[in-house]
Unconditional design. Sequence first.
Length: 52
Amino acid sequence: MHTLLLGPQSEQAPARMIAAFLKRTRQAVPLGTEHRHLDLDRLVSRLVHDAG
């Protein structure tokens, strides 16, 4: 079984769980449609504003 290390505590998740999560993610937000679900310009603006 392959595993993927997650986070600084090196928690492990089985690769099949990660693959299943990514499959569900691609179904919910198909590649190339991310901009319809997330306003990156507004997010960056908020991050810059909050940092300053």
